[in-house]
Design a protein around this ligand. Structure first.
Ligand SMILES: Nc1ncnc2c1ncn2[C@@H]1O[C@H](COP(=O)(O)OP(=O)(O)OP(=O)(O)O)[C@@H](O)[C@H]1O
Ligand SMILES: [Mg+2]
Length: 325
């Protein structure tokens, strides 16, 4: 239902997309995961015909963005990274207008608008101008607008950035229902939990290229079998603790430091025996430990290993820039 084949796109001499290929089968969610600036929005723009690729091609429901952009648009709903709603119109009028633009008669457009307002918990503010809405309310309204016409393919660029936990759960619920109805969804996100929960298939991109793909489970398996985390009591002990972990885990296992949380982590096989060894070694050197654990890798670990960024760093960066939604 979605095929991106070897797409390149440059802005001046900068290659935003560098031979990107993606595929999603009908009725599945493809999660596009990548740090800031990795090319997620550029991919979304190529797929939704807002930008034309320099090389390669992208197909939506079998139609090429180069040869048949109108047919692509007819099969597709988009909710962009920054919510696009008409501030002068009420919530109801925004959705009603989209329905009318897609050729629905007044009655059907009204019914669909009311149904979506209900699904997105916007019924109470249905008659209010959307210009007065909070960022989260606009996001929900924009998302509702993307699915008014029940498109075969829905593209969501960071649909939950800026939403409160309840709004995020609502959005996840909507995406799950879309997929249950046979819709194909491409979703970009910086929230690994979101990709983990929603995506059937995940493509991790960096510098405009896919650097890893698979199911969440497959990606985690590639990140090593187990991880040991140790949280130290004193930040001054971090380097010494890292040396202990490295020595115990072996030369191929380089520990990762998270100074903010006083945490040292290492991917290693060795199970609880290794954890016990590390703890007794730290104890012998009088390095006090606050917390220690042995756990399976998360998608966060995968992301960190592949891109050299923690997902949380990206979230922090986004918050700093502000999300004008
Ligand atoms: N119109 C443009 N002109 C010049 N450079 C651009 C343009 N659009 C995007 N870029 C650059 O292309 C790269 C990829 O941008 P893109 O918006 O696709 O990233 P992203 O993965 O969506 O990031 P974010 O997580 O911050 O939304 C960035 O380095 C960006 O600065
Ligand atoms: Mg983006």
């Amino acid at each position: 239902m979605i095929r991106v084949e070897n797409v390149t796109k440059s802005f001046g001499s900068f290659k935003a997309l560098d031979g990107l290929s993606l595929h999603a089968r009908e009725g599945t969610v493809l999660g596009l995961l990548g740090p800031n600036g990795s090319g997620k929005t550029t991919t979304v723009k190529v797929l939704t015909t807002l930008l034309s690729p320099d090389g390669g091609d992208a197909r939506v429901a079998g139609h090429s963005v180069l040869a048949d952009p109108d047919l692509v648009r007819r099969n597709l709903g988009l909710s962009g990274q920054y919510a696009a709603v008409d501030e002068k119109l009420t919530a109801f009028e925004n959705l009603h207008m989209v329905g009318r633009l897609y050729g629905m008669n007044r009655r059907n457009a009204s019914a669909r608008a009311n149904e979506l307002l209900e699904n997105f918990r916007l019924t109470e503010v249905s008659g209010k101008r959307s210009g007065t809405f909070s960022g989260g309310m606009r996001r929900r309204l924009d998302l509702a607008g993307a699915i008014v016409a029940r498109p075969k393919v829905v593209v969501l660029d960071e649909p939950t950035t800026g939403l409160d936990p309840r709004g995020r759960l609502d959005t996840w619920d909507v995406v799950s229902r879309l997929v249950a109805d046979g819709t194909t969804v491409l979703l970009t996100t910086q929230y690994l939990e979101e990709a983990d929960r929603l995506a059937d298939h995940i493509a991790v991109i960096n510098h405009g290229r896919v650097i890893a793909e698979g199911t969440s489970m497959e990606l985690k398996q590639n990140a090593g079998s187990e991880r040991i985390d140790v949280v130290m009591r004193n930040s001054a002990d971090l380097t010494a603790a890292a040396a202990v972990l490295e020595q115990a885990a072996g030369p191929d296992c380089r520990p990762e430091l998270d100074p903010q949380n006083l945490r040292v982590s290492v991917a290693a096989s060795g199970g609880h025996h290794l954890l016990v060894r590390i703890l007794s070694e730290l104890d012998a050197r009088a390095l006090p430990v606050e917390e220690a654990s042995l756990r399976r890798p998360t998608l966060d670990d995968v992301f960190l290993q592949l891109t050299g960024h923690a997902a949380a760093e990206n979230e922090a960066a986004t918050e700093k820039e502000g999300v004008p939604a």
